[in-house]
Design a protein around this ligand. Structure first.
Ligand code: ATP
Ligand code: MG
Length: 473
C-alpha cells in the first residue's frame, strides 16, 4: 500500500488534481484521516479533500482526471472519484442554512477551511494540507495533539457532542484504533451527555463499535467508555458483567476477563464480537451452591442475549448468526478433558461448520488464567483436538474412497459371475486408486484388462455405467 506521502509525490495524480483546481481558481485541501495518518506514519486508504469549489465545479475538474465518479453525495457537497485506483472524496466547505422565509432548508457552500475544520470531531482530524503547496492549516493545535497522542475537540466538547452525539463513541473508536488517550474534558463531557447517544441510529453506532472492536486496543477503550456510562446506552450487557466470578480466577470479574479475551483475539469482526459477548449469559445464570459458583447453560442464554443485542444494533444476519453460534458452542470444548469419542469430535466439527477455525480461536483466547500450568494444559488439549480433527478428516476421506470401477463394471468387463475373483479384481482396483489416484475410465479399464490377462482371464470387454455412487470421483 502506498503511504499518503507517496500519493503526494510531485508527478502524482493527486498533485495533478490539485494543479487543475488551482488553474480553475479554487482551493484544494487534504483533510482529516489521511493528514493525521501521514504524521503517524500509518497507511491510509481513502483520501478526503475540502474545497471552495461548488460540487458542480468540482465534478467538472474531476471528470477530466478520474475513471469513475460518484454523484450520490452531491446534494450534501461531496463528489467521489477514483484516480489511479485511489478512492477520493472532495467536499465543498459547507454551512447548513435554514432560511426563515424559505420552506426548504438550504445547504450553502460559502465558508472557509477554518470553519470546515471547526466542525470536525477531534483536533487530530481537523488538520488540513493546502495543495499543491503542501502547507499545513492547523487552527486547533491538531499536530501537537497528534504528537501527544490525545483526543480533544476543536470546540467545547459539550457543543460538539450536542451537534452530533455519535462523536462521543468516535472518541473511543479512535482511542482503540490509534491507541490515543482521551482528554479529561472530553471524558467528562461524555459522562454528562451520554444519553444523547440514544438519538443516533443503530447503524451508525454499530459501524463505530465495529471499528472500535477491530482497533489495536479495544479493551482499554471499552473500559473507559464503560466508566463514562456511554456503553450503557447501546450495550448495557457490558457493565452487567461486573460480578464476582471466583477468587482463584485471574480476573476477579467477568467484565475484565471479557476485555482480556477481546485483546487476545485477532481483529476479525465476528471473532471480536463473540469475544465481547461470550459471557453475557453469566449474570443471569449465576448460582452459588455448596460446590461454589456455577453458570449452568450460560452459553445458551448468552447466545440468545447476544443475538438480540446484535439484531438491535442492526448487524447483518450472517454476523448475528455466526456470533450467536460461536457463543453457544464456546463451552463444548471444556468437556473434552473427559475424553471424546470420534463421534463427539465429528459432532463438534459438524456443529461448528464453517465457524470451526474462529470458534477454536475464541476458545483459546477464553483461557485467561494466571496459572501457567493450567494455561499450558488447555492449549495442549486444544492442539490435540485440532490434530484429531484433521486426522479424522483425512481418515474419512480415505474411507469414502472407492475403486474407479465398481463390482458391476468389473463383472461385465471380465464377463464373469459374482465370486471370489470379482473380489480380487476389486481389491486390485482399490490398490490402484490408493497408489495412483484417479486414472480416468479408459486407463482404469486398460489396467483391469492387463490384470485379467495375467490371471488367465480373457475379458469380454463389455463396458456398463457405474452402479455404486462414486463419492470421491
Ligand atoms: P478512518 O478512515 O481511518 O476510520 P477517518 O479519520 O478518515 O478514519 P472517517 O470516519 O472516515 O474517519 O471520517 C473522515 C473525516 O471526517 C474525519 O477525519 C473527521 O474529520 C470527519 N468526520 C467524520 N465523521 C464525523 C462526525 N460525526 N463529526 C465530525 N467530523 C466527522
Ligand atoms: Mg476515512
Amino acid at each position: 500500500m502506498e503511504t499518503v506521502s507517496e500519493l503526494l509525490s510531485d508527478d502524482s495524480l493527486v498533485m495533478r488534481l490539485a494543479a487543475a483546481f488551482r488553474r480553475a481558481g479554487h482551493d484544494l485541501y487534504l483533510v482529516g484521516g489521511p493528514v493525521r495518518d501521514m504524521y503517524l506514519r500509518r497507511p491510509h486508504v481513502d483520501l478526503d479533500f475540502s474545497t471552495g469549489a461548488t460540487p458542480e465545479e468540482t465534478l467538472e475538474i474531476v471528470k477530466k482526471l478520474s475513471t469513475t465518479q460518484w454523484l450520490q453525495g452531491m446534494k450534501f457537497g461531496t463528489v467521489g472519484a477514483e484516480i489511479d485506483g485511489v478512492h477520493l472524496e472532495i467536499t465543498t466547505f459547507r454551512t447548513e442554512r435554514y432560511e426563515v422565509d424559505s420552506r426548504h432548508p438550504r445547504v450553502e457552500f460559502e465558508s472557509d477551511v477554518e470553519t470546515d475544520l471547526s466542525r470536525r470531531d477531534f483536533t487530530v482530524n481537523a488538520v488540513a494540507m493546502r495543495l499543491p503547496e503542501k502547507t499545513i492549516v492547523d487552527p486547533f493545535g491538531g499536530l501537537d495533539d497528534i504528537k501527544e497522542r490525545v483526543l480533544e475537540t476543536p470546540i467545547h466538547p459539550d457543543d460538539s457532542f450536542s451537534d452530533d452525539p455519535l462523536r462521543m463513541l468516535r472518541a473511543f473508536r479512535f482511542a482503540s484504533q490509534l491507541d490515543f488517550r482521551i482528554s479529561q474534558d472530553v471524558l467528562d463531557s461524555v459522562a454528562r451527555l451520554k444519553e444523547k447517544l440514544r438519538t443516533v441510529s443503530a447503524e451508525r453506532i454499530a459501524d463505530e463499535l465495529a471499528k472500535l472492536l477491530l482497533g489495536e486496543r479495544p479493551g482499554p477503550a471499552l473500559e473507559q467508555a464503560d466508566a463514562t456510562g456511554l456503553t450503557d446506552e447501546f450495550l448495557p450487557e457490558l457493565s452487567g458483567l461486573k460480578l464476582e466470578q471466583d477468587p482463584v480466577h485471574r480476573h476477579k470479574d467477568v467484565f475484565h476477563h471479557t476485555l482480556a479475551v477481546l485483546e487476545r483475539t485477532e481483529p476479525i469482526l465476528q471473532l471480536r464480537l463473540a469475544a465481547l459477548l461470550h459471557d453475557v449469559g453469566k449474570p443471569k445464570t449465576r448460582r452459588i451452591g455448596p460446590e461454589g459458583v456455577s453458570f449452568h447453560h450460560h452459553e445458551v442464554v448468552g447466545a440468545d442475549m447476544a443475538r438480540e443485542r446484535l439484531r438491535a444494533l442492526r448487524y447483518p444476519n450472517e454476523i448475528v448468526d455466526s456470533v450467536a453460534e460461536m457463543i453457544r458452542l464456546h463451552h463444548r470444548f471444556h468437556t473434552y478433558r473427559l475424553g471424546w469419542s470420534d463421534a463427539a469430535v465429528r459432532r463438534y466439527v459438524r456443529d461448528a461448520g464453517p465457524l470451526l477455525g474462529l470458534l477454536n480461536a475464541l476458545v483459546r483466547a477464553d483461557c485467561t488464567t494466571r496459572n501457567a500450568e493450567k494455561a499450558k494444559r488447555l492449549a495442549a488439549r486444544m492442539d490435540e483436538l485440532e490434530d484429531r480433527i484433521s486426522e479424522l478428516a483425512a481418515r474419512e476421506e480415505i474411507d469414502k474412497m472407492r475403486p474407479e470401477l465398481d463390482g458391476g463394471q468389473i463383472m461385465a468387463y471380465l464377463g464373469i459371475p459374482p465370486g471370489p475373483l470379482v473380489g480380487q479384481a476389486r481389491d486390485f482396483m482399490m490398490e490402484l486408486r490408493l497408489d495412483e489416484g484417479l486414472l480416468g475410465e479408459d486407463e482404469a479399464y486398460a489396467r483391469l484388462d492387463a490384470w485379467a490377462r495375467e490371471h488367465g482371464i480373457e475379458p469380454a470387454g463389455t463396458r456398463v455405467p457405474p452402479k455404486e455412487k462414486k463419492k470421491d470421483a
